[in-house]
Design a protein around this ligand. Sequence first.
Ligand code: GLU
Length: 305
Amino acid sequence: MQTVGRFAPSPSGRMHLGNVLCALLAWLSARHQNGAFLLRIEDLDAMRCPRSYADLIMDDLRWLGLDWDGEVPYQSERAPIYEKYEQILREKGLLYPCFCSRAALHAASAPHLSDGRVLYAGTCRELTPAEIEEKRKKRAPATRVRVPDEIISFTDGVFGAYSENLAEECGDFIIRRSDGVFAYQLAVTVDDGLSGVTEVVRGSDLISSTPRQIWLYRLFGFEPPHFVHIPLLCDVDGRRLSKRDEDLDLGLLRERFTPEQVIGALAFAAHLTDRAEPASVRELVQDFDWSRIPRHELCLPPMFR
Ligand code: GLU
């Protein structure tokens, strides 16, 4: 079976080094296996994701030498497709409207999980049709999916065995917001499933989403892909990089460095090479090996200070 990898950025800003590392490893892994590599723009929240950022991401990927195959889907244009899959969940009796406000969800009494997420208390789980009708007059509901008391396990390509009991460690989750926008969990599963993605590479901050997505894959009749979560990049002080680190976005990096300098430094940070020397993506393909990537956070080379 041919490997199909992908990079699925949310264009809410210019790419930063963490995004580039993710794109680089996803691309190297797919191309090392002579696989296809897809690009998808995750602009579900169209207000926060202008087209100009998607254009810049594609320009930055080309500058880095990371190519992709086929058309680029935009999630903001795919609501009718997500609706079909929402319908599958509805027909299985798994959906219910949730009227809880953000404040109610984050109330002090709500059980918090170790990663800071809030376990849904089930407030709207058993509303009667009359209660639903009454509440609808006051506010539009989000749509939540009822999860089973079931352990979902997978073997991550870097972090190894990972499992989660959906009811105890995740709780019923939102698949569509009250403004009608579909949630990441549903859209990403439908899109990766429909495009035949066999390998998902993304930051380790998303590892706790994976059990939910595997459960959805199975409900939709898709084969779940192989998941690889990569350790996050930290700056020299051990602080996680984020989109707020504008000093490290590709706009500035492109003024200061060549693509080979950026790629070489990231490959070194990821332990793929022994020296922080400039390298092109093509040079790194042949020797690419997931077993070199450590589980601990990756430290940014001093040149980016
Ligand atoms: N769109 C997500 C992000 O940019 C990535 C989603 C994924 O790779 O599954 O953080």
